[in-house]
Design a protein around this ligand. Structure first.
Ligand SMILES: [Zn+2]
Ligand SMILES: [Zn+2]
Length: 247
């Protein structure tokens, strides 16, 4: 299983880099995980939008879903050349208006999930954990069935006790790391120290800091996370970064 970072900022795109969007590949299977601002341009650059098997949205904040509308137009305007028609778009059902918008004509089809869902998408098995965020949002645990490799994405969340067991023993942990250690509440994302602490508590193989802020020193963010993570390797998301989930 392989992860490609298409966009990694929280909130808004900055200097040519978009917000949350990731491509998960397992063999020929391709899952777009979140579809933030700039996702379609990055997907054209680092992949092929028409080669997607499915899209998964962790929640409906714009920095995770802004490009879904233009992806839907892209599918409308490329008749006959795509792998999936309609393209399934998985989203939670706690927000009926946003969930309804996942379906667009015969081009994309919304498919609901809940905290209790276990989805088998091609070679992948997905489970979910509702996070602590101002709107319903879900962390996702993706297991590649053939290899047992596990990728966990916290999505957007503040720190809470359920995250570590959900991420237990994953090979690669993607953590919403939007704040330096010194950040004071209220907060709806992890700090650098909390991301590192989570990786250590979960026994993660590696930690990828993502959903990054635009205005802080990222070297400091990484260093703070590394102190908390101990021996677990920590790195920052970068545009186009392609990582094998295998350790
Ligand atoms: Zn976000
Ligand atoms: Zn959010």
């Amino acid at each position: 299983m392989e992860l490609t970072v298409l966009g990694y900022y929280g909130g808004y795109p900055d200097h040519g880099v978009g917000t949350s969007a990731y491509l998960v590949r397992s063999g020929d299977y391709q899952l777009l995980m979140d579809c933030g601002s700039g996702a379609l341009l990055a997907l054209e650059k680092y992949g092929d939008p028409l080669a997607l098997d499915a899209v998964l949205l962790t929640h409906y904040h714009h920095d995770h879903a802004a490009d879904l509308g233009v992806l839907q137009y892209y599918y409308q305007l490329h008749p006959g050349t795509k792998k999936m028609s309609p393209l399934p778009v998985y989203g939670h059902t706690k927000d009926p208006l946003n969930f309804a918008a996942l379906t667009f004509g015969s081009f994309t089809q919304g498919v609901g999930y809940t905290a209790d869902s276990t989805l088998t998408l091609g070679p992948l098995r997905l489970t979910f954990l509702e996070t602590a965020h101002p709107v319903p949002a879900f962390a996702v645990r993706i297991e590649e069935l053939a290899t047992g490799q596990v990728l966990v994405n916290t999505s957007d969340t503040r720190a809470f006790a359920g995250l570590a067991p959900f991420a237990a023993d994953c090979d690669l942990l993607m953590a919403d790391t939007n704040f330096l250690a010194e950040h004071q509440p209220p907060m709806w994302h992890l700090t650098s120290t909390q991301a590192g602490t989570l990786a250590a508590a979960a026994g993660a193989g590696r930690l990828l800091l993502t959903h990054l802020p635009q205005t802080v020193d990222l070297a400091q963010l990484q260093a703070e996370a590394q102190v908390a993570a101990g021996a677990i390797p920590v790195r920052l998301a970068t545009a186009g970064l392609r990582l094998s989930v295998a350790q």
